[in-house]
Design a protein around this ligand. Structure first.
Ligand code: NAD
Length: 514
């Protein structure tokens, strides 16, 4: 049974805070909400461990319905004037900015991150909406008059078609806004498949797009898991796939999509190192390590997970980090005093605990054991951990933990620090803390990582640049949001034209010359 209640009613129910338990979180296809499904999933509040929502998982038939809607909307949408598209972006920006608290509350309720952090991710997502409001600039082509006698050449950008956007749990608003906003404003129509773990933020965003004036069918939301993603990848009508998630899944999405002839960008996981040089201010470095390591409970793809202490400063640095960790307040994201919330699931919490529990037997030193930190009894909480003397080969070094665990690797020199990072399989973000410009410049030159911070621990590029890692952190070649995403979501077409008089026409079998 499909429930085709108009989308505005969903919005009203959500916005009035009328969230019965469990809240039903529908697909939104052509503006209609659909809740029926053979398979469903549950959504938890990670701060309480309680089920708060349930959602349908789309099968191949539901995915096909969403693609039908996107395909039907494509001709009208790609013909929509750029100024009108920009107008939708301006209104969307206003709606999200004005109701940021509402969206942040949805994020915190299902992801667990503290409210200020949820508001922060919305602000970063809005940067792309603001960038996309300048669509006339980004979609402008090139023109060369008189490329040869009487011949002009122009290059124009056209949309790719129906595209799929598949997003992870850890930024339930920002990452969807990275993808769908550019895809839409460039004239594509979209199938969005968010994480099944915290889907409500995306339902809210889709409603906001419609409220801003987006025609129905341009943006279609299907919920689900692997089966839904498989159906998307198997659909020949999907022309491009944007993915953000863990490395094994990103690799497989890339391989399968490319084999099917789709355009694909698949961003994966990370193991971000922060180098602390002996000349740096250790208090500044320790503050940065805490913020970048434990913000959002370490569930950020740009979180710092390895501190690389260079030379003699290691003991002092570890002591300063430890001292700051003791007082970190772990609690409900809705509590203004909380600095760190819970992990997304019980399984994620247990996985983190396992890394900490096994660190000593693998030869590392547990300086702070997060399992002993005071945390709420219910929900999926754990405290921050600090593990020293970590070396390559140890699971705590090799694997992406995606939790509040900071590892410390001690090296003797700048060259060793660079080598360590360049040998690592991941290459998403990295940072160096130093007061020496020459060292910073060398780091920037030598390091094999896509996003680099000089005394900035989390160097997420602002919206006017693009976001992307290297090595196992990105499969594909275009980065996400900003200028590069307009390359991903458009095909360039080059038109060569000549307007000749009939008297100028002649038969010429040779290859054209000037
Ligand atoms: P995930 O890989 O488990 O899931 C991502 C998406 O893929 C979800 O929509 C999920 O439903 C779907 N999915 C899950 N298993 C699948 C399968 N077997 N086949 C097809 N699709 C599948 O990732 P997550 O746990 O939701 O998110 C955390 C991961 O995302 C971390 O590894 C983190 O580093 C990464 N991440 C990377 C970036 C980046 O920009 N590089 C940004 C955010 C998160």
């Amino acid at each position: 049974m499909s429930d085709h209640t108009p989308h505005t009613q969903v919005a009203t129910a959500e916005r009035t805070g009328n969230r019965a338990t469990p809240n039903l979180i529908p697909h939104i296809i052509k503006g209609a909400k659909i809740t029926s499904a053979e398979r469903t999933g549950e959504v938890f509040n990670p701060a309480t461990g309680q089920v708060t929502g349930s959602l349908p998982f789309a099968d191949a038939a539901t995915v096909a319905k969403a693609i039908d809607a996107a395909e039907a909307a494509l001709p009208g949408w790609r013909a929509m004037g750029m100024a009108k598209r920009a107008g939708i972006m301006f209104r969307l920006q206003q709606i999200i900015a004005e109701r940021k608290d509402e969206l942040a509350a949805l994020i915190t309720a299902e992801h667990g991150k503290v409210l200020s952090d949820a508001a922060g991710e919305i602000t970063r997502g809005l940067e792309n909406v603001e960038f996309c409001a300048g669509v006339v600039q980004h979609m402008k082509g090139e023109f060369l008059e008189q490329a040869a006698g009487g011949i002009d050449v122009k290059q124009i950008r056209q949309p790719v078609g129906v595209v799929a956007c598949i997003t992870p749990f850890n930024f339930p608003a920002m990452v969807p806004l990275w993808m769908i906003t550019t895809a839409i404003v460039a004239g594509n129509t979209v199938i969005l498949k968010p994480s099944e773990k915290d889907p409500s933020a995306v339902n809210w965003i889709v409603e906001a797009f419609h409220e801003a004036g987006l025609p129905e069918g341009v943006l279609n939301l299907v919920h689900g898991d692997k089966e839904t993603v498989d159906a998307i990848l198997e659909e020949p009508r999907i022309k491009a796939v944007s993915f953000v998630g863990s490395t094994p899944i990103a690799r497989s999405i890339y391989t399968r999509s490319a084999a099917a002839g789709k355009r694909v960008q698949a961003l994966g996981g990370a193991k971000n190192h922060m180098v602390v040089m002996p000349d740096s201010d250790l208090d500044v470095a320790a503050d940065a390590a805490i913020s970048a390591g434990f913000g959002s409970a370490g569930e950020r793809c740009m979180a710092i997970s390895v501190i690389v202490a260079v030379g003699e400063i290691a003991d002092e640095l570890v002591a300063k980090i430890k001292e700051r960790m003791i007082s970190l307040k772990v609690g409900h994201g809705t509590d203004a005093a909380s600095e760190m919330g819970p992990l997304i699931t019980e399984a994620a919490r247990d996985r983190v605990s396992k890394f900490v529990a096994e660190a000593e037997q693998n030869g590392a030193t547990v300086v702070v054991d997060g399992r002993e930190h005071g945390v709420p009894a219910e929900g999926f909480f754990t405290g921050p951990s600090l593990i020293d003397h970590v070396t390559p080969g140890m699971p705590v070094y090799e694997e992406e933990i995606f939790g509040p665990v900071l590892a410390v690797a001690r090296v003797g020199s700048f060259a060793e620090a660079v080598q360590l990072i360049n040998d690592n399989a991941f290459g998403n973000g990295t940072a160096i803390f130093t007061r020496d410009g020459r060292t910073a410049r060398e780091f920037e030159f030598q390091i094999e990582v896509g996003m680099v911070g000089i005394n900035v621990a989390i160097p997420v590029p602002i919206g006017a640049f693009s976001f992307g890692g290297w090595k196992d952190s990105l499969f594909g070649d275009t980065h996400m949001y900003g200028p590069e995403s307009f390359n991903f979501y458009t095909r360039r077409k080059v038109v060569t034209s000549r307007w000749m008089l009939p008297s100028e026409s002649q038969i010429e079998l040779g290859f054209p010359t000037n």
